[in-house]
Design a protein around this ligand. Structure first.
Ligand SMILES: *[C@@H]1O[C@H](CO)[C@@H](O)[C@H](O)[C@H]1NC(C)=O
Ligand SMILES: *[C@@H]1O[C@H](CO)[C@@H](O)[C@H](O)[C@H]1NC(C)=O
Ligand SMILES: *[C@@H]1O[C@H](CO)[C@@H](O)[C@H](O)[C@H]1NC(C)=O
Length: 397
């Protein structure tokens, strides 16, 4: 999922593109740099999608470095993404800590050696974990909650002990080019860092983040959070549902509808100006509005699960235990259009941004989004507004 794809998605949807400003690896893009404390809290979800550039970074002369250890608290529900990066010799020797399937993974490049190791506990349980990384001679050691997670030994005739030059540290991205990685990964990380201590340095960090640093919510729960400022859109060809003809395509949404307001989802055929199917929630008084073409069906009910099944000339909607069936002649053959590629948006109406007002953006938490019974990861969307947290919702408890 490169930035090119993201960009075409953005252009296609007629949405404002902030991604264009992101330059190539190793290059500031001219956006003003700001100083920021490295001790946090730092919300890594604030990083622009489709970019590998770090959210923030710092550098220090190695002669100033007295400690060998960096430690921080980390919390996420996101299974995959980049957390912490460090290098010396301007990226000649580097390491990166990522999560994959929720498990820590380190990739290290040093002289002629490239290694990747994975292990330790799953970290994406939404709880704070203490993560410590230290460089001890020929070894890099990762500890989680005081327990040894990973120990990597590296030795080559070509490794040189570096005592001069600078060390660079980065969060939420990397400073080497992608082709140096042993195994590629998806960079986006919806996670938070706090109480960071980076080699015991007090050097300020630099960031190009837009606006104020985002807070980290006190409590989080799994889900995708839409604060009412934007949508996430998929091309249905990137989603499951290409085999089934008879049983149709099923989209499931889990969440407390009494705490939602706005457009939950909309489905649009290319070339059509209006969405073909839209589901909206209104809570004053509570109702679910299903629009098929221009026809509205209002159900005065709340739900914890809404299921939409798209068949040829038929749409079924299940709101908890209420089953509704709509047979319409002039709607598209959904299973076929799905295979050809429709736009499925969550949290808003994909349009030209002018004809649809922003009050229709969803405000609320979708605890689970599934297509054909499989979880939909918003980090893999064609387009996702920066405001949306793909893997966490604020929670009250
Ligand atoms: C780092 O070293 C360079 C020269 O080697 C020096 O000019 C610079 O002031 C040093 N920076 C710090 C923060 O000590
Ligand atoms: C960390 O820095 C503080 C003050 O900057 C100093 O008192 C302390 O000894 C340092 N600790 C280590 C392990 O270097
Ligand atoms: C969706 O993807 C298909 C297949 O890659 C492509 O032909 C189609 O143009 C895409 N549709 C949109 C609206 O981007």
């Amino acid at each position: 999922m490169g930035s090119l794809k993201t960009m075409s998605g953005g252009l296609l949807l007629g949405l404002c593109l902030t991604l264009l400003g992101w330059g190539a690896e190793g290059q500031w893009n001219g956006r003003p740099k700001k100083e920021i404390s490295g001790s946090g809290p730092i919300n890594l979800g604030q990083q622009q999608r489709g970019t590998w550039w770090p959210l923030m970074q710092t550098r220090e002369n190695l002669t100033e470095v007295k400690s060998i250890k960096s430690m921080f608290q980390f919390r996420t529900f996101d299974p995959e993404g980049v957390v912490f990066y460090g290098d010396t010799r301007e990226g000649e020797d580097w390491f990166v800590l990522i999560l994959r399937n929720g498990i820590p993974e380190m990739q290290i490049g040093k002289a002629d050696i490239l290694v990747s190791v994975q292990g330790g506990p799953k970290l994406n349980d939404g709880k704070w974990h203490l993560v410590e990384i230290s460089s001890q001679g020929d070894f890099v050691v990762l500890e989680v909650d005081g327990q040894k997670g990973l120990v990597v030994g590296l030795k080559s005739k070509e490794t040189v002990e570096v005592l001069t030059g600078q060390i660079r540290l980065a969060l939420g991205g990397i400073l080497v080019s992608l082709d140096k990685l042993l195994i590629p990964f998806q960079p986006e990380m919806d996670g938070c860092i706090q109480k960071g201590n980076w080699l015991n340095l007090s050097t300020p960090w630099e960031t190009e983040m837009i606006g104020e640093p985002w807070p980290c919510y006190q409590n989080i729960q799994p889900g995708s959070y839409f604060p009412g400022a934007g949508l996430a859109a998929f091309n249905t060809t990137d989603l499951p549902g290409h085999q089934t003809e008879e049983s149709g395509i099923t989209i499931d949404i889990h969440g407390d509808s009494t705490k939602m307001e706005g457009t939950v989802l909309s489905l649009k055929t290319s070339g059509q100006e209006l969405p073909t199917v839209t589901v909206k929630i209104n809570n004053d008084p509570k109702k679910v509005i299903l629009t098929i073409l221009k026809r509205d069906t209002v159900t005065e009910q709340s739900f914890s699960r809404l299921s939409l099944t798209l068949l040829k000339n038929q749409v079924n909607m299940d709101i908890d235990d209420t089953h509704l069936t709509f047979e319409i002649d002039n709607i598209p053959d959904f299973p076929r259009s799905w295979k050809e590629g429709m736009i499925l948006a969550f949290g808003g109406l994909p349009g030209d941004g002018v004809s649809y007002s922003s009050i229709q953006y969803l405000k609320g938490c979708l605890e689970k989004i599934q297509v054909q019974g499989q979880d939909v990861d918003l980090d893999r969307a064609l387009y996702k507004d920066l405001s949306i947290s793909s893997h966490s919702c604020p929670s009250e408890v």
